[in-house]
Design a protein around this ligand. Sequence first.
Ligand SMILES: Nc1ncnc2c1ncn2[C@@H]1O[C@H](COP(=O)(O)OP(=O)(O)OP(=O)(O)O)[C@@H](O)[C@H]1O
Ligand SMILES: [Mg+2]
Length: 334
Amino acid sequence: MSTTPHDPAAGSEHGDQHLGTDDEVVTSDTMPEEFLPDGGVIANVAIDVADLHPELADAAQVAELVAPDRTIRAKVGEPLLQMQQVTMRFGGLVALDDVTFDIRRGEILGLIGPNGAGKTTCFNTMTGVYRPTTGQVVFDGRPLGRTKRNEITRLGIARTFQNIRLFSDMTALENVVVGTDARHHTSVPGAIFRSRRHRAEERDALDRGMALLEFVGIGRRATQQARNLPYGDQRRLEIARALATEPKLLCLDEPAAGFNPAEKEDLKALIRKIRDDGYTVLLIEHDMRLVMGVTDRVVVLEFGRKIAEGLPAEVSADPAVIAAYLGVPDDATA
Ligand SMILES: Nc1ncnc2c1ncn2[C@@H]1O[C@H](COP(=O)(O)OP(=O)(O)OP(=O)(O)O)[C@@H](O)[C@H]1O
Ligand SMILES: [Mg+2]
């Protein structure tokens, strides 16, 4: 089992190092050696999900259980998220320069561009990590303005990280249930006295957590510690945890980093399945073949500016896009 599988080509994520709410998160990059299993495998038991939850043997039921809350103002095909002339400066550096595009409800939108183009910064302005210097982000008709990160999660935007962030000592199921907690309504006293409502929420969260693990294809890993999962399953677990918040928009930041071609094909199928289940997906990805094979539309950034937008075939034939990708390492475009 691989625990430090990080792909250096994936680049770093500058944006998220000083974020208070992530202090407790141990990433696979920053995890101290002593936490890694000693060359050996900790005896985690794979469980048979269908045995425990017979209803989860039925893929259609699983899909229904994990389908998002559908109270969304935007109709299918209408803008769910709007980047409106967003500029993001860090001192003298312009990470996003007057960027405007829409993510339409029900689509898989690809966001591509060379290293440092501003893709992760886009995510960070959408999820409240950064407030745009100028311009605004509108989500389901509501300008995000000064909305806080946890409130944005509640409104329905979830993301995964370019560098995996999981609670490494928790089981896969616990990692997902942490995500469902973001949606819970029990007050602190309610939780202390373990009210009936709280217990019901706990049970719902576990059931939904199991369904989510099954949905992303790792149900049998439920009781294994996150750090002992193979790399690809850690990435799937991150997706399950993001889905646990019942997002209307799921943002994936280079989910295929470090994947082999077979894993990339599986990931494509999972992303389509997520969209078909009623989610809207924003996909940042370096691998052009993956992007072109799975997205409905593509937005291209270069040096913080949007240089192209359109159908995958249009964008990949665009001379400006081809030029932007010349000079970047082959493995980034292969
Ligand atoms: N918090 C920050 N402080 C200073 N500069 C930043 C910060 N976050 C991002 N940047 C800079 O903004 C630019 C865009 O970075 P960003 O991480 O958004 O690029 P990216 O397209 O995600 O790149 P990659 O493909 O390498 O992940 C880069 O020049 C980066 O160094
Ligand atoms: Mg990035």
